[in-house]
Write a protein that binds this ligand. Structure first.
Ligand code: DCP
Ligand code: MG
Length: 241
């Protein structure tokens, strides 16, 4: 069954350790194709929510549904395949650039991988590598810049072509030009997919359909950028600094 990317949390409570709840009564609904952003100070629970979207952990209470199916009932490997994740630190392995992209969908053809790299905005830098798509990467990807690793992560997610995505925006500094390339690749990848974005720069969440403002494991405000600014609450404070 193909998932559309509809995701719903209903009264979700969660703790890494059952004695210490870190997410309290989380309710949210993402329509297919929407962009949902999470903002809030460190330790607020942003990464934890995205861990639960991936179903990396069991929840203490509540329901998480994909297309109205309680995903507690789907075997985890099936679910993993349905989500694309672009993490801050992309796991690259010793192998060619092509194989590192193909990791997103193991039976992808070379043409599909190249198409994904083009969508991700990664094609141009790959063509400039000594052996192009056949360039062998070191296991830790240390022969690439951080921005290049991010572009490969985007290409890998694009080849998987998932209905929903989780994007954890990198905090570490990449130069402005590379950042613009990464952000264009991300935008192309998000087009037509439900996206959950952990943003460290408020400027990148402005166009979200819904921004969740988190504090101490709770969603304390939600709305579009304009709505939250009008509310003159926590988001407004964060934004006006
Ligand atoms: N926590 C925990 N065990 C883990 C990970 C986190 O007990 N393996 C706790 C630490 C915080 C809370 O959960 O009290 C929320 O942590 P998150 O990583 O979800 O917080 P953020 O992602 O919002 O923080 P940051 O902006 O620093 O990434
Ligand atoms: Mg985090």
């Amino acid at each position: 069954r193909e998932l559309t990317g509809e995701v719903e949390f209903e009264n979700v409570d969660f703790g890494y350790n059952p004695d210490k709840i870190v997410l309290h009564d989380i309710n949210m609904y993402a329509k297919p194709g929407q962009k949902i952003a999470f903002v809030g100070s460190t330790g607020a629970g942003k990464t934890t929510i995205t861990n639960l979207i991936n179903r990396f952990y069991d929840i203490q209470d509540g329901k998480i549904r994909y297309d109205n199916i309680n995903i507690g009932k789907i075997r985890k490997p099936d679910l993993r395949r349905s989500l694309g994740i672009v993490l801050q630190d992309t796991h690259l392995f010793t192998g060619t650039v092509m194989d590192n992209i193909r990791y997103g969908k193991l039976d992808a053809t070379d043409e599909e991988c190249i198409k994904a790299a083009k969508l991700a905005n990664a094609h141009d830098f790959i063509k400039r590598l000594p052996d192009g798509y056949n360039t062998v990467l070191t296991g830790d990807g240390s022969n690439l810049s951080q921005g290049q690793r991010q572009l490969l992560a985007i290409a890998r997610a694009a080849v998987a072509d998932p209905p929903a995505l989780i994007l954890d925006e990198a905090t570490s500094s990449i130069d402005t030009r590379t950042e613009a390339m990464v952000s264009r690749g991300m935008d192309a990848l998000m087009e037509g997919r439900t996206s959950f974005v952990i943003a460290h720069r408020l400027s990148t969440v402005k166009d979200a359909d819904c921004i969740m403002v988190m504090e101490q494991g709770r969603i304390i405000e939600r709305g579009t950028h304009d709505q939250l600014i009008d509310m003159k609450g926590r988001y407004y404070q964060l934004y006006t600094g």
